[in-house]
Design a protein around this ligand. Sequence first.
Ligand SMILES: [Zn+2]
Length: 167
Amino acid sequence: MRCPYCGHYDSKVIDSRSSDREGGSSIRRRRECKSCETRFTTYERIEKTSRMMVIKKDGTRVPLDPRKILSGIQAACGKRPVSEERKMEIVTEVEELIHREFEREIDSIEIGRHVARLLRETDQVAWIRYASEYQSFESIDQVQEAIQELKSTPPPVSGQNELFDTD
Ligand SMILES: [Zn+2]
């Protein structure tokens, strides 16, 4: 979504809610330009959202529900240091990608793959949890590679601070 003020191509979503203005349903998104940081509001028609169907593993079809994507991410993140904002950002990014690349339906596995990819860039532990839950690892090698990578990552700084706590 282009910034109406400076034309920058990228903005982040601060808040999303459905809205019944102008007769039809739409999604009202509050956005902030990543360049000039001006905030603006967009209204996106909801019909494209509700029309998208997700094909589950058992072959049944359910309407795409961003809240389900979010709850999967939240479960994987647990107490990991991933902000709510980043979680919402992943949902939005996946949603936008789905609507860009698919017209009417998408495999749930495909959604899982995209979420896993974005989580991988965000938090390794959350990514591994998510990918094992949704079986979106592409191969056993990838699992081993991931765990190896995790082992070689130094422990978080908060653990080290405890050594210096005097109370
Ligand atoms: Zn701007």
